[in-house]
Design a protein around this ligand. Structure first.
Ligand code: HEC
Length: 111
């Protein structure tokens, strides 16, 4: 993460006056954010959703995730994580996730 930021800072200093640099650094920031979600997933949700422990829907089981997203809707799923479920602890082991983070994590798992 830090090295990505350093790289970005150096790169944008070097190329700062061109439009290409702007497009390039925007792409870098976007991929850095995507990496954050992957790290958050690994540190929290993965404990159960990677292996399907305790019958959690597995990451990558898109058919099941899509069905759930359609049935309950994304806002309800975010609420489920925040409030916890039968086996899932409230917050899903992420102490500092926002609603937006949960939405991204659910989308990440559904792919
Ligand atoms: C300790 C294990 C565990 C962790 C950690 C965990 N989950 Fe879950 N999750 C489950 C289980 C098990 C279920 C199935 C429902 C149940 O039995 O609680 C579930 C269900 C869900 C559902 C479906 C909710 C619904 O309304 O049907 C969503 C969405 C979800 N998890 C998201 C997440 C996200 C996002 C994280 C990480 C921030 C996470 N979970 C972390 C175990 C876990």
């Amino acid at each position: 993460m830090r090295s990505v930021k350093n790289f970005l800072a150096k790169t944008s200093r070097a190329l700062v006056s061109t439009t290409a640099a702007l497009v390039f650094s925007t792409a870098m920031v976007n991929s850095a954010l995507a990496a954050d979600i992957a790290i958050t997933y690994d540190n929290s949700c993965a404990a159960c959703h990677d292996s399907g422990a305790l019958n959690a829907i597995k990451k990558g089981d898109s058919a099941k995730w899509q069905q759930l997203i359609q049935q309950k809707g994304m806002p309800a799923l975010v609420e489920s994580v925040k409030g916890g479920m039968i086996q899932m602890p409230a917050g899903g082991l992420c102490d500092n996730c926002s609603d937006e983070d949960y939405r991204k994590l659910i989308e990440y798992m559904s792919k």
